[in-house]
Design a protein around this ligand. Structure first.
Ligand SMILES: Cc1cc2nc3c(=O)[nH]c(=O)nc-3n(C[C@H](O)[C@H](O)[C@H](O)COP(=O)(O)OP(=O)(O)OC[C@H]3O[C@@H](n4cnc5c(N)ncnc54)[C@H](O)[C@@H]3O)c2cc1C
Length: 613
């Protein structure tokens, strides 16, 4: 195989994947699912605790020690750790339902975005990023399903660097010392990937392993990386090109609900209600400024559920912010504007941050190879019977580059590079473009070129953007999605850093696809202004949102404190937030791994406080 990445002089350039499209293929897949998945250990309801929702509806004055709002990674870890205390009753309320059998199949990870397991948010029209998306609005996925986004995401497991927590660890006695942070990471890891040396734990609930076997494309990417001076490293190393670990058990996705709730179904003090949408946090005001419980909407009825000890919000950075605002915790002017009585005036919803990527399509040749269909009986059989084959694979999506664009020798990356691969005439390409919500002109242009050419897509990603956005209410109706003002790439430095990542590709003659981008038609293909415009057109947020209910005085740069160092909301007693919202600044690794570590920490803090140990 030839690649234009190393041979073509100064074209600007392209990427590819495999397929799962077409009505026949879908029908075939549904049939396979029906016939086999139930027999294999795939997508089985028995992997999860039964639904307590119907009982909750008929309960008289329901009262629990702890109420957890949201069954994502943080929520299920807390449910597990807190229900270890056998005399505590713990209720977990999750708006979504069980993960589908499709979600267990790694190869179908892209098809879950935009499904009914996704809240499917969009930002308002953006000025600096997502300029190639429909109406210039960025699409934001976040899981609406037990397991939260871990049931629909890319399954990567990338812990953050200890340097991310330096400012957190300056706090005394609150569990944010680096050794505690590391212990809380290792506590739930169960790594079985073959590695000589590893930092990962081996005795926890969360199965970790490599996602994909070596393949031709991955090797090509590693060769290209080496040409650019980036060597191959191991998972857990802070820089270099590496196969990232996946949250994978025996070839299938292992979402956090399966990992943390499945094994403890026998506990009679833990109650999980699904399709249970929390609409308000109830507080006892002015009596003792204490949390009371929540209003929850199940099967068309709204009921109040009370908490004796704590309410813990683990609903994710957008939904937690929305719920706080609806309940009277937020900027007073904003709440007054929507006639919501102000309980505590706090900068909730400010300081929104996400990692931001730009898709660089690089054409690798115009060979004759076409994509092999993934949805074949052989592949289904191999997966179901042996957990091997194409269904277990995500192509090249597990190859990740961690680099520092300013200082090659630094061991702290500022850019992460993700990869995708598309064969010629690849039926997966359209699905991929839809996931990002590309406008029809751009879509048509890319699909057209894919008829003749294979692509590798490089997605350099800004790890710690300076730009800040907001989550605000549209109105006081909990069923109406909030406005998300991403403001991505609004800081010049963010745009410049992403743009600088096109340079190494250009220098090595990468053939950037000449995509028809309406917002960039005034520029000459591949000159500097064109690339600057292309980065804005092809950019999108990663849906790893943080910062909307910032924790404490940990990061002094930003005046947006909402919780203390124990993740307890300021100005109210016993309301805790444990999800991406409290992370003050983006971290290097996946937000999910940090959120999981924080949930372990919160569980320790809660036990310490209430059990006085
Ligand atoms: C498309 C995509 C790809 C990603 N890829 C990766 C990856 O490869 N690796 C990685 O580590 N991270 C990835 N992430 C990010 C990661 O999944 C999240 O950071 C992580 O899941 C956050 O965990 P959480 O528990 O805070 O919230 P969430 O996972 O968002 O869970 C929150 C839960 O709360 C529920 N909820 C929300 N509001 C309410 C309400 N009012 N009432 C009741 N329940 C409610 C939701 O339905 C959801 O189940 C990805 C995210 C997305 C969306």
């Amino acid at each position: 195989m030839h690649t234009k990445m190393v041979s073509t002089p100064s074209n600007c350039s392209s990427l590819q994947g495999e397929a799962l499209a077409g009505p026949l293929a879908t029908a075939f897949f549904l049939l396979i699912t029906k016939l086999y998945f139930e027999k294999a250990s795939i997508g089985k309801a028995e992997d999860y605790p039964p639904d307590f929702g119907p009982d909750l509806l008929t309960a008289h004055n329901p009262l629990f020690d702890i109420i957890i709002v949201g069954g994502g990674p943080a929520g299920v870890i807390l449910a597990n750790r807190l229900s270890e205390v056998s005399h505590w009753t713990v209720l977990l309320l999750e708006a979504g339902d069980l993960p589908s059998s499709t979600s267990d199949v790694p190869a179908f990870y892209m098809s879950l975005k935009g499904s009914n397991a996704d809240w499917s948010y969009y930002t308002v029209q953006e000025k600096s990023a997502c300029q190639g998306m429909i109406n210039k609005r960025c699409k934001l996925s976040t899981g609406k399903v037990l397991g939260g986004s871990s049931s629909i995401n890319n399954m990567h497991y990338m812990p953050s660097l200890s340097t991310d927590y330096l400012e957190w660890s300056n706090q005394e006695n609150h569990g944010w010392k680096i050794e505690n942070i590391e212990r809380n990471y290792r506590k739930h890891e169960n790594n079985s990937a073959p590695m000589n040396e590893t930092i990962f734990g081996n005795f926890g609930e969360l199965s970790l392993n490599f996602i994909n076997q070596d393949n031709e494309m991955k090797n090509l990417i590693y060769q290209a990386a080496e040409l650019m001076g980036y060597s191959k490293t191991n998972p857990g190393d802070t820089t270099g090109y590496q196969d990232v670990l996946g949250i994978i058990d025996n070839g299938a996705r292992y979402n956090y609900a399966k990992a943390f709730l499945g094994p403890i179904q026998a506990r009679d003090n833990l109650f999980i209600a699904r399709q249970a949408f929390v609409t308000k946090i109830l507080t006892q005001i002015p009596k003792d400024r204490r949390i009371q419980g929540v209003n929850v909407y199940i099967d068309g009825k709204q009921i109040a559920v009370k908490a004796k000890k704590e309410v813990i919000l683990t609903a994710g950075a957008v939904n937690t912010a929305q719920l706080l605002l609806l309940s009277g915790f937020g900027p007073k002017d904003h709440l007054k504007q929507h006639d919501i009585p102000v309980i505590v005036d706090l900068p909730v919803g400010q300081n929104l941050q996400d990692k931001v990527s730009a898709l660089l399509f690089v054409g690798i040749d115009n060979g004759t190879a076409e994509s092999n269909p993934v949805l074949t009986a052989d592949n289904a059989y191999s997966f179901i019977m042996h957990r091997t084959g194409e269904f277990t694979a995500t192509n090249v999506n597990d190859v990740v580059g961690l680099i520092n664009t300013e200082d090659k020798d630094s061991n702290i990356p500022n850019i992460l590079i993700y990869h995708y691969y598309f064969e010629r005439n690849d039926p997966n390409l359209e699905l991929f473009l839809n996931v990002f919500s590309f406008d029809k002109v751009i879509k048509r242009s890319i699909l057209q070129q894919n008829k003749a050419e294979r692509f590798i897509v490089f997605a350099p990603t800004l790890i710690k953007p300076k730009s800040r956005g907001q989550v605000v209410l549209e109105n006081d109706n909990p069923f109406v999605k909030p406005f998300i003002r991403g403001n991505y790439l609004s800081e010049r430095e963010d745009h410049q850093t992403l743009l600088s990542e096109t340079e190494p590709f250009k220098q090595r003659g990468a053939h950037f696809l000449e995509i028809d981008m309406p917002s960039c038609r005034n520029y000459k293909y591949c000159n500097e202004p064109y690339l600057a415009c292309a980065v804005r057109a092809m950019s999108y947020p990663l849906s790893e949102m943080v910062g909307t209910a910032q924790m404490g005085d940990l990061v002094t740069k930003c005046d947006a404190r909402v919780t203390d160092e124990f993740m307890l909301l300021d100005g109210i007693r016993h309301l805790r937030i444990v999800d991406g919202s409290v992370i003050p600044e983006q971290i290097t690794g996946n937000v999910e791994t940090t959120v999981a570590m924080m949930a372990e920490n919160a569980a320790d803090q809660i036990k310490k406080f209430w059990l006085n140990v």
